[in-house]
Design a protein around this ligand. Sequence first.
Ligand code: SF4
Length: 415
Amino acid sequence: MNPRRLNPCELEIDLFCNGIRLDPSCTLVEDARKVSRTRAGLGSGLEILIPGDRKDIWMNVPVEEDFARKSPYLLRKQGAEYLVQDERTGWLYSVRIPVEPAWYSKRTTKGTEMGRVGVLQGTYLGIYISNSCLYWYSDPSQNCRFCTTGSNVGVNEVATKDVMDVVEVCQAAKEESGVTFVHFNSGYQAGRDLDQAAPFVKAVKEKVGALVGVQLMPTKDLWKYDWLIDLGADHFSFCYEFMNPEYFARYLPGKTNTVGQKSYFDALEYTSKKLGKGAVSGEIIAGVEPIEDTLRAIDYITGVGAFPTVCVFRPVIGSDMENHPSPKYEEMRVVFEHVYEACKRNAIPIGLAPNIEVSLICQPDDTRYLAKPSLSTWLYEARLSLMRRAARPIFRRKLKPHRIAADATTAPAPC
Ligand code: SF4
């Protein structure tokens, strides 16, 4: 371990790898957002904010897994301030703890508790359209081996969402928490995935005015992506998790048997071409397959104009992989430095959209702290800064509710 002080992104990576212990001085019940076991269980940590000079970093730190109990990091409260103490080096890092939004406990017109419809993950609103995933209901179960969704159905969230409930929650999140991005996600729905998402996408665009992302199982009916784009989808992400086909098959039996790895690549390439550079992402897990495969995945994703969403593997309690070791910091730092370099090499616009901070991953924009000083870095950063300014009026327009002509109830016939 390097005894020098870590920059905010390095601290984020090390906390993802080691987790954190909680000192009795912490009063998180009053001060923090409640731990929410959504998103395959990845939201099982504590939301914190690491301040930085380039940007603040939001992250969800593991606290309840075994490896977190042995962490060299300790979170303690001193007066009103929260400090992360690295007990190996003595360094102290000041962090902020985001409070639970008041709207979580409000109810929709239909009486649904809003926090059971959607939750903030960083600064964006994550909504599981349906958190029942059919992989959990086959015999033997075909669930992804790192996932705990099957044990969470209906526990923290309403299992299937109602469109008007979702609209009201999005409105509250926008008004009270400044949310700009709503992300719809779902487990495997046997080919009905995109059809189920359509009414939600349209309703948010028409009645709320927010950027909308969709993360579903890929379909071979690529024309359905055109339909969702017509309905207002701004972003697609594809969780293919592992580049190495052997790891894909070993840890993702359901995805292997129903859609296959190639469908992810086809959908990623198709939507990236349609929406343009930096609008689509490929989601992978780092720390399980060999690092060379992870680096290859990052090169592939950025090579097709998308951005890499890299999750540091978390052995979530209750998952089949709960005893798999958490990754090593040194390897993960190499991965995230590579994320920056690959985005730079492929001129991927990162960090353009307003107020989208994703706490479950180390996002490409965070890796700017790992950039090696060089002329190419300076030119890339200058370009990003110009693009950020040019994009402002476009995002302002997108954040206003507007009429969508396309019909969300029936998918149009393929051309
Ligand atoms: S597709 Fe995999 S990761 Fe997603 S909910 Fe189903 S089992 Fe979990």
